[in-house]
Design a protein around this ligand. Structure first.
Ligand SMILES: [Fe+2]
Ligand SMILES: [Fe+2]
Length: 327
């Protein structure tokens, strides 16, 4: 593995870091983080988490039993969230294209991009096998949704900037971790919970990789990195936003406590920002200071919005519980 010569100070003759220079300057950090990741990542076998003995032929070519809702043992919330999580994982070819184009396929960056892709591929395989073997969701609907979602592709909101891309994936990997974990807790099947905990663990390690990279970027190019963090945080959306029926699914997922504004603020944004000590970073120029201010104002507003959501959610759940009690 080759390491490009590291330049830790702003390039001479230029007031700003270009993406190419940043990629070169961060290669040493990427190599360190990649080695750390390979040391801590524990290999696991997706087939071990699938109860194959529950599987049976479907209708069609094999003339088996068609799918029907009563066969599904997972909760209605689990069904919705599992499909959103799987379709998000399914779009991996588009994500690979985006990150390989941005970070390149050479040296430590390339090794990371390929390794990350292989790990993400395991997630989709494991969830799909689990869903089909247990008849948890309608396989025809799932396949049609996959075709539709993948046919749209995925275009990153951040492909214009390397630092924006790194900042986005740092938050997005943690968001995915939390979403898988909470889906597992609410699916009503201990095996599903166990599988999603395993996947969530991988997502956490991905987050750590990108977060540490972002930390190094904040040291090398603090103004540009702060600007990127502020832009990404204030304009964040999940990669699965193009899934058919996403708005409706997202509303159910929010009310059910799998992923909502409160979780996004408390369990995704804050832990990364606190770790990076973003609000305490000193030595910023006007660009970085303005971004830091914007971030502070935005987070205050988001917390207030999350509190309003908490109140609406509590009222809705209380109404539902009262209706159920009256039946
Ligand atoms: Fe994943
Ligand atoms: Fe991931």
């Amino acid at each position: 593995m080759t390491i490009a010569p590291v330049q830790r100070t702003a390039p001479t003759g230029s007031s700003a870091w270009t993406d190419a220079r940043l990629i070169m300057a961060l290669e040493e950090v990427v190599e360190t983080e990649l080695n750390r990741h390979l040391k801590v990542a524990k290999d696991w076998m997706p087939h071990e988490f699938v109860p194959w003995s529950q599987g049976r032929d479907f209708d069609g070519v094999l003339g088996g039993e068609p799918w029907s809702l009563e066969q599904s043992q997972v909760t209605p919330l689990g069904r919705v969230a599992l499909v959103v999580n799987l379709l998000t994982e399914d779009n991996l070819p588009s994500y690979h294209h985006e990150i390989a184009t941005m970070f390149g396929r050479e040296g430590a960056w390339g090794t990371w991009v390929h390794r990350w892709t292989a790990e993400e591929g395991r997630h989709g395989i494991a969830i799909r096998d689990y869903l089909l073997a247990t008849r948890a969701v309608d396989p025809n609907e799932l396949e049609r949704a996959r075709m539709s979602h993948m046919s749209e592709g995925f275009e990153s909101d951040n492909s214009h900037s390397m630092l924006h891309s790194v900042a986005y994936v740092a938050f997005q990997e943690l968001a995915t971790r939390i979403s898988h974990r909470n889906t597992g807790h609410s699916a009503g099947d201990p095996l599903c919970d166990q599988l999603l905990a395993k996947i969530a663990n991988d997502e956490n390690l991905h987050m750590v990789f990108y977060r540490n990279l972002l930390k190094a970027a904040l040291e090398i190019a603090p103004d540009q990195a702060m600007r990127a963090i502020a832009d990404v945080v204030t304009d964040f959306r999940m990669p699965g936003h193009g899934i058919p029926g996403f708005e409706r699914a997202a509303a159910q997922i929010a009310i059910g406590g799998v992923y909502n504004l409160r979780i996004h603020h408390d369990d995704v944004l804050q832990p990364v920002l606190r770790h990076l000590k973003v609000m305490e970073v000193g030595g910023l120029g006007p660009v970085g200071l303005q971004a830091q201010d914007e971030l502070g104002v935005f987070l205050g507003g988001l917390d207030a919005q999350a509190t309003k959501f908490d109140e609406r959610q509590a009222a809705l759940l209380a109404r539902r519980a009262a209706r159920k009690a009256a039946q």
